[in-house]
Design a protein around this ligand. Structure first.
Ligand code: PRX
Length: 679
C-alpha cells in the first residue's frame, strides 16, 4: 500500500536521521527571513535564520540537510537508516541506505491520491495546435499498462529496457513503467543512428526495446522502427521489441495489448539502479552512466523547484528531448515528483515557423521556459517579430542549459523573450551530476544575476577550482582558494544526485572522475571564479566538444573517419577539433591524412565521410569542414598537437605558442595553407 508523504507515521524519517537533525540545528545567518516559508523542507532547522545560513548548512552539515529534505520530499515505504556513505577517493557513493521506495509512486500515485485530474503532461505534438493533455490519473493508468505488459513478457526487476522513442507520453510512461517494476531504463536519443543504438543496447545488455513505428519532427517522418530493426540485427541479447504507433502508417508489429490498469509497484532500495544514460567521454566509447533511485529523484525534484522558482500549479516547459539528461531530470522526473504540469515538446524551434516556441508559450500558458542557447541564437537571427506576435505574460523564469550562453543571446532572451522582467537562469550541470549544480538563484529568488554566468552553487554543492597549469603527467594541481581565478572545476563533496558508476566499468568511473584530482569529483570543465565568488564555465578541458548542445567526443568521430573504406581503407589518420560556431556553439572540423597512393577526388571522399559519421553516430556529429593534409603536426614522441590544430582552426596564428617540441615545424605551415575558411 502506498500513500503520500506524511499521511501516516510510517512515512517519517528514521530515528537515526532525526537524531542528526536534532543535534545540528544551530546555525546563525546575517539576514533574518522565514526560511521555512521559502523552503518548507527546512522547517525543522529552527536555528537557521536566513537563506545564506541555510545554504551554508547544506554544505557544512550536508547530512542533516539532505536527511530533512529526503524526509519531506519523498514518499518512503521504509525509511532510510543511513543518510550517506560516500568516499570520493574510491568513487563510492551511497545515499539513503536502508530506505525503500518506488520512483513511479513518487511521481504519480501520490499526486493521483490528492489531485487525480491535475494535468501531468501536455504533449506539444509536431503538428502545431494539436496538443494533447494527460492527467495524473491517465498517466498512472498508461504507466501501469506498460508495466504490466513488460512484466507479462518476462521483464524483471534488475533487467534493462532500451527506449528508442521521440518525446511523447508513451515514452514517459515507459520510463515510469520500468521504474514501477524495478527495471532500469536506457533511453537512447531518437536521433542516434542504428549503429549507435546497437552499441548502447549491447553495452546495456538489454533484451527488450520499446520504440514507435515512425517519429515525426519538423514535418518529416523518421523511420524509427526501421532503425531498430537494423540495430537489433547485431544485438543478440534482444528478445523482444514493442512498437507503439505514432503515425497511421502500417508497420510489422509485435503484439501490444490493452492491459490491466493496476500494476503493483516494486519496492526498491534507494541504491537500486533507476537508469543508464550513455554520454560521450574523451575516448571513442560512450559510457553508460548509472543513476539510482532515491538520491537522483530527490535531487531532480529539489533543483526543479528552487532553480526555476517553480510553484504548485505552474506549467513547466522544458523543450529538451527525453533522450538527454535534461529531458530525464526536467521533463520527466523533477517536474512529476513535484506534481507539476510538464510539457513534452516533439517539434523543432522553427517548425512550421520561428514563432513556434512563443506560440506554444501563449497557447499552453507556460510559466517556466527551459531551452538551449543554440536555439536562442538561431531564433534571434529571425528577428523580434516572431516573439512579439505572441503573449508571453505567463512567463516567470527563463532557463538556459547545455553550453555557454553568449552575451548577445542572453540579452535577447532576457530583453525580447522575457520582456526584461523574467530572470534568465544559466544552469550548469552534466549527465554525471544528475541535476543542476550551479545556477544563478538557487537559494534566493531576488539575488543579482550577471549575464552569461552560472553564478552560485546549489544547496549541498561545494565547487572548488584546481590549478591545471602546475601538473606533471597526471593532473595534480593545487587548490585555488582566492577569487578572480580560473581552474579545473571539481566538487569537494558528494550530493545525492551524482552518478554512481559507469555501467560495467567502475574502474573507468574512478579513473575519469576521481583520480585526476584525488579526493574530488572532476567535472571535465574549466571555470572562472569572479571577484565576488560567482562561477562562469569556460569550457571542456578534455577532448569533448559541444555541438548544438549535444556532447560528443572527438575520438568518436575520428574512430568513424579512420574506418572509411573506398575499395580499400583510405584514411591513415584523423584529428577532429571543435571550433566556435555562431549558431551551434561549436562546429566539427576534421583533419584527414590519406594513405599513400590513394587516388580519390577529395569532394567525393568528404561526402562519403560525412555520410558515414551520420550513419554511424548521428547527423549532428557530421564534420562541417574536412581538410585533407599530407601529415599532422606531432611531437617527437608522435603525439598529435591538438593545441596547434585548434589555434589554426580558430585562425589564432599569433597564439600558436611554443612549437619547439614539434617533430617537423613545416607540418604546421602546410596545415595553415590548406585551412578551410569558416570565419
Ligand atoms: O561542458 C559542460 C556543458 O555541457 C557538458 C555536459 O553535457 P551533458 O552531459 O550532455 O549535459 C548537458 C545538459 C546538462 C558540461 O560538462 N554545459 C552544460 N551546461 C552548461 C555547459 N557549459 C556552459 N554553461 C552551461 N550552463
Amino acid at each position: 500500500m502506498w500513500l503520500p508523504c506524511g499521511c501516516t507515521s510510517k512515512y517519517v524519517a528514521s530515528s537515526f536521521a532525526r537524531r542528526i537533525l536534532a543535534s545540528h540545528l544551530h546555525v546563525s545567518g546575517r539576514s533574518r527571513c522565514n526560511v521555512a516559508a521559502f523552503m518548507p523542507e527546512a522547517a525543522g532547522f529552527e536555528g537557521v535564520s536566513g537563506r545564506a545560513a541555510l545554504r551554508e548548512l547544506s554544505v557544512s552539515n550536508s547530512e542533516s540537510f539532505w536527511a530533512a529534505v529526503a524526509r519531506h520530499r519523498l514518499s518512503w515505504s521504509i525509511p532510510f537508516h543511513t543518510v550517506q556513505d560516500c568516499d570520493l577517493s574510491r568513487g563510492k557513493i551511497k545515499w539513503f541506505e536502508g530506505g525503500k521506495l518506488n520512483v513511479s509512486v513518487n511521481c504519480l500515485d501520490r499526486h493521483v491520491h490528492t489531485c487525480p485530474e491535475r494535468v501531468a503532461l501536455i504533449w506539444e505534438r509536431d503538428e502545431r495546435g494539436s496538443e494533447m493533455k494527460y492527467t495524473y490519473r491517465e498517466l498512472l493508468e498508461m504507466t501501469c499498462r506498460v508495466g504490466n505488459l513488460l512484466r507479462r513478457h518476462g521483464v524483471k526487476r534488475g533487467d534493462c529496457v532500451t527506449i528508442y522513442m521521440p518525446t511523447c507520453p508513451l515514452a514517459v510512461a515507459s520510463m515510469l513503467a520500468c521504474a514501477r517494476i524495478g527495471a532500469a531504463h536506457n533511453v537512447v536519443f531518437a536521433g542516434f543512428s542504428a549503429d549507435a543504438l546497437a552499441e548502447r543496447i549491447r553495452d546495456a545488455q538489454s533484451s527488450t526495446v520499446i520504440t514507435v513505428n515512425q517519429g515525426v519532427r519538423g514535418g518529416k517522418v523518421i523511420e524509427l522502427k526501421k532503425t531498430v530493426d537494423t540495430a537489433v540485427e547485431s544485438c543478440p541479447t534482444v528478445k523482444q521489441v514493442f512498437v507503439a504507433m505514432r503515425t497511421d502508417n502500417p508497420v510489422t508489429m509485435t503484439a501490444r495489448d490493452i492491459e490491466d490498469v493496476v500494476c503493483e509497484p516494486a519496492v526498491m532500495n534507494s541504491e537500486d539502479v533507476l537508469f543508464l544514460l550513455y554520454t560521450s567521454g574523451s575516448t571513442g566509447k560512450p559510457k553508460g552512466l548509472v543513476h539510482t533511485q532515491a538520491g537522483y529523484l530527490l535531487y531532480a525534484a529539489l533543483t526543479h523547484r528552487y532553480v526555476f522558482s517553480y510553484h504548485d500549479g505552474d506549467v513547466f516547459g522544458c523543450v529538451a528531448d527525453i533522450g538527454w539528461i535534461t529531458g530525464h531530470s526536467y521533463v520527466v522526473y523533477g517536474p512529476l515528483a513535484n506534481g507539476a504540469t510538464t510539457v513534452l515538446f516533439e517539434s523543432t524551434p522553427i517548425y512550421p515557423d520561428p514563432g513556434r516556441y512563443w506560440d506554444m508559450v501563449e497557447r499552453l500558458k507556460i510559466n517556466q521556459f527551459y531551452g538551449a542557447p543554440t536555439a536562442i541564437r538561431l531564433l534571434l537571427k529571425y528577428g523580434d517579430q516572431w516573439v512579439n506576435k505572441y503573449d508571453r505574460s505567463t512567463l516567470k523564469t527563463l532557463g538556459s542549459v547545455g553550453e555557454p550562453i553568449n552575451t548577445e543571446a542572453w540579452e535577447w532572451y532576457h530583453r525580447v523573450v522575457g520582456d526584461g522582467r523574467c530572470p534568465v537562469v544559466d544552469t550548469w550541470w552534466q549527465t554525471e551530476t544528475g541535476g543542476i549544480c550551479i545556477a544563478p538563484r538557487p537559494s534566493d529568488p531576488d539575488a543579482e544575476i550577471v549575464p552569461g554566468m552560472a553564478m552560485r552553487p546549489f544547496f549541498g554543492i561545494k565547487p572548488v577550482l584546481i590549478d591545471t597549469e602546475r601538473c606533471f603527467g597526471f593532473l595534480q594541481g593545487e587548490l585555488l582558494t582566492s577569487n578572480n581565478t580560473s581552474g579545473a572545476l571539481c566538487m569537494a563533496q558528494p550530493w545525492p544526485g551524482m552518478a554512481r558508476t559507469i555501467h560495467n566499468n567502475h574502474q573507468r568511473f574512478i579513473e575519469t572522475y576521481f583520480q585526476p584530482y584525488p579526493g574530488y569529483f572532476f567535472t571535465g570543465d574549466g571555470a572562472y571564479r569572479s571577484e565576488e565568488g560567482y562561477y562562469q564555465i569556460t569550457g571542456r578541458l578534455d577532448d569533448v566538444i559541444n555541438v548544438s548542445g549535444h556532447r560528443i567526443g572527438t575520438a568518436e568521430i575520428e574512430d568513424v573517419v579512420v574506418r572509411a573504406q573506398l575499395s580499400c581503407p583510405a584514411v591513415a589518420e584523423s584529428a577532429v577539433i571543435g571550433y566556435t560556431h555562431s549558431i551551434k556553439g561549436q562546429g566539427v572540423y576534421a583533419f584527414v591524412v590519406l594513405k599513400k597512393g590513394i587516388d580519390v577526388k577529395e569532394a567525393d571522399l568528404s561526402r562519403q565521410l560525412n555520410g558515414m559519421v551520420s550513419e554511424k553516430i548521428a547527423k549532428y556529429a557530421s564534420p562541417d569542414f574536412i581538410q585533407f593534409a599530407q601529415r599532422l603536426p606531432k611531437t617527437r614522441s608522435g603525439k598529435i598537437m591538438r593545441r596547434v590544430l585548434r589555434k589554426v582552426v580558430e585562425s589564432d596564428l599569433e597564439g600558436l605558442g611554443d612549437l619547439s617540441t614539434l617533430d617537423d615545424p613545416a607540418a604546421v605551415q602546410e596545415i595553415i595553407q590548406g585551412r578551410r575558411c569558416h570565419v
